[in-house]
Write a protein that binds this ligand. Structure first.
Ligand SMILES: Cc1cc2nc3c(=O)[nH]c(=O)nc-3n(C[C@H](O)[C@H](O)[C@H](O)COP(=O)(O)OP(=O)(O)OC[C@H]3O[C@@H](n4cnc5c(N)ncnc54)[C@H](O)[C@@H]3O)c2cc1C
Length: 338
């Protein structure tokens, strides 16, 4: 079906997209562009999911996704368009690697991008023009008279949807899909590792000659980064992000945020010779952070029930995978417009 024909058929359709991360926003934009009446339901107070930025008086921290690469044409086109509009830019940093033998410099093979107004600026730009209900965690789905009805915490139109798209992490999708569609079992096979993240603001420049360091030295940290060098961030902001390894995060998943913050900051100080204490520090737990086992297909779709699921967990632990998955499911919905 060509896009015009799909648009004609979609014009009368009401579509609910659950989740306003990159996958959900990508799907919603395409479907709306082709004429569907799309409403996005987002559990959080803002859009973007794991493309997140925390703001404090002393500056900003990207505490979820650190950067992204663009390998396929469609995502490269999207990145180029957003870069032309000043939404994102290349993160030109001094990259390092810390192994058992010490700290060495790393040359990267492809550009690494980040949002100019913080990482969350990218999904915020993509959300413009969409009908999004925030603080609207969807807790149940049901069908009546061939339409979908949603249950959610917010005041919003929750009934009479022709199509539902879930763009949320697989464990959360399974909770809504079980007993509804056969593909729930396959979704359950896609798993995540958690990640504890610590944000620390320092009043002096730390004696570390790199801005983004991958650690494989047997300790609890897998990544540390100085946010100051990111596009649009002030060089005065000596804000550091520490990410724990998946194993350490899992072993300490129920630990208090204060205990995690103190332990990981101590470890960071020991490993990098940091003697100053941070002026502000906080820990954040990402329960579903990085895809461990992906589904290996771009999306799930039940044509009889007109319900689908997408997200990074379909393809891999990357921002681009979330985009690809949302794009592929939207095209499927377009191709089978009722
Ligand atoms: C610590 C960390 C570091 C990372 N580093 C990188 C990196 O450097 N490079 C890279 O490419 N990727 C990285 N990633 C991965 C990247 O962030 C994700 O792949 C991508 O953002 C996933 O997008 P998504 O739309 O699939 O899911 P999400 O961003 O998780 O979006 C899902 C949305 O659904 C909402 N939601 C969930 N349940 C419900 C519900 N019941 N009702 C309504 N809304 C709901 C959530 O609030 C969320 O906003 C990192 C992730 C983390 C956590």
């Amino acid at each position: 079906m060509n896009a015009d024909a799909a648009g004609t058929k979609l014009a009368s359709q009401k579509i609910a997209v659950i989740g306003a991360g990159l996958a959900g926003l990508t799907a919603a934009r395409i479907l709306q562009k082709h004429g569907a009446r799309v409403k996005v339901f987002e559990k959080g107070r803002g859009v973007g999911g794991r493309m997140a930025t925390r703001r404090i008086d002393e500056g900003r921290f990207d505490h979820g996704a650190q950067f992204f690469t663009a390998r396929r044409k469609e995502f490269s086109d999207q990145v180029n368009a957003l870069q032309a509009n000043g939404v994102l830019g290349p993160w030109q940093a001094r990259w390092g690697h810390k192994g058992p033998g010490g700290l060495t410099s790393v040359a990267i093979q492809e550009p690494r991008f980040a949002g100019v107004n913080g990482m969350s600026g990218v999904p915020r730009a993509l959300a413009q023009g969409l009908d999004i209900v925030l603080n609207a965690g969807v807790t149940d789905l049901s069908r009546s008279a061939e339409h979908w009805n949603l249950e959610c915490a917010a005041e919003a139109e929750t009934s009479g949807y022709d199509t539902v798209i879930l763009a949320i992490p697989s464990p959360q999708a399974v909770a809504l899909l079980t007993g509804i569609t056969d593909f729930a079992t396959e979704v359950a096979a896609a798993t995540y590792a958690p990640c504890w993240a610590v944000m620390g603001n320092f009043t002096t420049t730390l004696p570390i000659a790199f801005d983004g360091i991958t650690l494989e030295d047997g300790g609890p940290l897998r990544w540390v980064a100085r946010n100051a060098g990111k596009p649009g961030f002030s060089s005065q902001e000596e804000n550091w992000i520490l990410h724990a390894t998946p194993d350490w995060s899992l072993a300490n998943i129920e630990e208090s945020a204060e205990a995690v913050r103190d332990f990981l900051l101590d470890d960071f100080a020991c490993r990098f010779g940091v003697t100053d204490a941070p002026s502000h520090a906080v820990a954040h737990r990402w329960r579903y952070a990085l895809v461990l086992a992906s589904a290996g297909i771009p999306y799930f779709w039940d044509p009889a029930l007109r319900i689908g699921a997408c997200g990074d967990w379909c393809l891999g632990p990357r921002v681009e995978a979330a985009f690809d998955s949302g794009l592929a499911l939207a095209r499927q919905v377009l191709g089978t417009a009722i």
